[in-house]
Design a protein around this ligand. Structure first.
Ligand code: NAD
Length: 485
């Protein structure tokens, strides 16, 4: 390997790299080969303390600047990120195994979009004036303080930026803990923010497992926690944050429905199902993994899907022709294999894939089950891998009820040419991020997040501002104060 994947040090604290070899070793494994490409150490309590102290100090300096000054630094960081897109995308591919064809357009670019968008609105974040006769109220939009971001492993650059960009725009500082599976990319985000002029300590990166996350969540210096992860972790983190009434954003898992009516444009519907199940080898929280296909086109849908699967180019993720890469880790691959076995055992019909590929790395073929029933495990639990479950349905009312029969509520999609039906159905689906004749678009301008067990709060868009600021309300009396005595 010619590319230098080993970072200068494990952590980024107070504007510089920081090492502490006393922390447990975390091996970074390249998913396409299984090779160890870097080693970092988990943060020890003194390192965690240093990061929180640095963030506390930096936040005061940062909040005293104008929004426009803060915004300029964020947009400068976005520019650096775009200039370095190729090297950042290569690092993202080493960290996650996702094909370079994807990372070149979906990771640092998406991170830069967030920094640019929130940098752009930082100067226009205001409170309001409320006239009450001759008296009046004004509100001040204040930052929360030090925010903690905790990431999953599927989009390490994007998650670091989706959390830090709105947090910093509002005048907060951040301590970010990437997933222990993908520790490398967030360090680059920290480097670029420093280079763009962020004060030391504004954005810190600490490595570690759940234990480091847990210490951060419970530290009294922390005002807010934003987690991207699974529902079980979300429950723990939300409960821990509640003890001191901390603000939270929870971006958790899903088992989202993608509904294809028989009047849909077949090719577009198949494209939507491919995007919503096989992009990033299916390791996307909002994936439409329950594909409900109306009976009239079930055969045609499965036939077209089978043809399109022949175009999957599976192989070296660094080859830009590859459009389907490995799973992130051996463990994740084993979890997904377990679900495939359950699918077969519970009577679903395996129509594509279902097997590991005979090569190094953690490659699992794109897998499709047909004739899936609502009660089967593969239709109920989040698999987080390249496994599509195709279920059939008769009519609109039935599919809405079945689509909503889940504890999750992250996303939902509908393919139909009937515009009234499209809006009527989407209106009744219990999900936060929805799509009509498309699937999995996530522009920074649109709110992103789930309902029910899939989460609390929204990332991206103006909505994120509400989750990284609070309002102080000030009543101003212009006349005398009346009192009872
Ligand atoms: P995970 O829940 O295992 O871990 C997420 C993060 O939480 C990791 O950094 C982990 O170290 C940390 N963590 C674990 N226990 C903790 C604790 N007790 N306190 C504090 N932090 C703790 O999730 P994962 O396997 O890394 O990621 C996959 C999951 O993430 C899937 O369920 C997926 O749907 C979800 N996800 C959601 C979104 C979204 O935006 N909704 C995006 C990507 C992934």
């Amino acid at each position: 390997m010619t590319y230098e994947t080993q970072p200068k040090a494990s952590h980024y604290v107070n504007g510089a790299y920081l090492e502490d070899k006393k922390g447990e070793v975390i091996k970074v494994i390249y998913p396409a080969t299984g090779e160890v490409i870097a080693k970092v150490h988990a943060a020890t309590p003194p390192v965690i303390d240093a990061a929180l102290e640095a963030a506390t100090k930096a936040q005061k300096v940062w909040a005293a600047m104008t929004g426009r000054e803060r915004g300029r630094i964020l947009t400068d960081a976005a520019r650096l990120m775009r200039e370095r897109n190729r090297e950042l995308s290569e690092l993202e591919t080493y960290d996650t195994g996702k094909p370079l064809q994807e990372t070149l357009v979906a990771d640092a670019t998406s991170g830069a979009d967030a920094l640019e968008y929130f940098g752009g609105i930082a100067g226009s974040l205001t409170g309001e004036h409320i006239q009450l006769g001759e008296d009046w109220v004004y509100t001040i939009r204040e930052p929360l303080g030090v925010c903690v971001g905790i990431g999953a492993w599927n989009y390490p650059t994007q998650i670091a930026c989706w959390k830090s960009a709105p947090a910093l725009a509002c005048g907060n500082a951040m301590v970010f803990k990437p997933s222990e599976t993908t520790p490398l990319c967030a360090l680059k985000v920290a480097e670029m923010l420093t280079e763009a002029g962020a004060p030391p300590g504004l954005f810190n990166v600490l490595q570690g497992m759940g234990e480091v996350g847990s210490r951060l969540v419970t530290d009294p210096r922390v005002a807010k926690v934003s987690l991207t992860g699974s529902v079980p972790t979300g429950r723990k983190v939300y409960a821990a944050a509640a003890v001191e009434m901390k603000h939270v954003t929870m971006e958790l898992g899903g088992k989202s429905p993608l509904i294809v009516f028989d009047d849909a444009d077949l090719d577009n519907a198949v494209s939507g199902a491919i995007n919503g199940n096989f992009y990033s080898s299916g390791q996307v929280c909002s994936n439409g993994t329950r594909v409900f296909v109306q009976r009239g086109i079930k055969g045609a849908f499965l036939a077209r899907l089978a043809e399109r699967l022949k175009d999957a180019v599976i192989g070296d993720p660094m080859d830009e022709a590859t459009n389907f890469g490995p799973m992130v880790s051996a463990r994740q691959m084993e979890i997904v294999e377990g679900y495939i076995e359950k699918g077969v055992a519970e009577g679903a019909r395996l129509v594509a894939g279902g097997k590991r590929l005979d090569r190094d790395g953690f490659f699992l073929a794109p897998t499709v089950f047909a004739d899936v029933k609502d009660e089967m495990t593969i239709a109920r639990e989040e698999i987080f891998g390249p496994v599509m479950a195709v279920l059939d349905f008769k009519n609109e009312a039935e599919v809405i009820t079945r689509a909503n029969d889940t504890a999750f509520g992250l996303s939902a999609g509908v393919f139909t040419r009937d515009i009234s039906r499209a809006h009527r159905v989407i209106g009744q689906l219990k999900a936060g991020s929805c799509f009509i004749n498309s699937y999995n678009d996530a522009p920074v301008e649109a709110p992103f997040g789930g309902v029910k067990a899939s989460g609390v709060g929204r990332e991206n868009s103006k909505a994120a501002i509400e989750h990284y600021s609070q309002l102080k309300s000030v009543y101003v009396r212009m006349g005398d104060v009346e009192a009872a005595f």
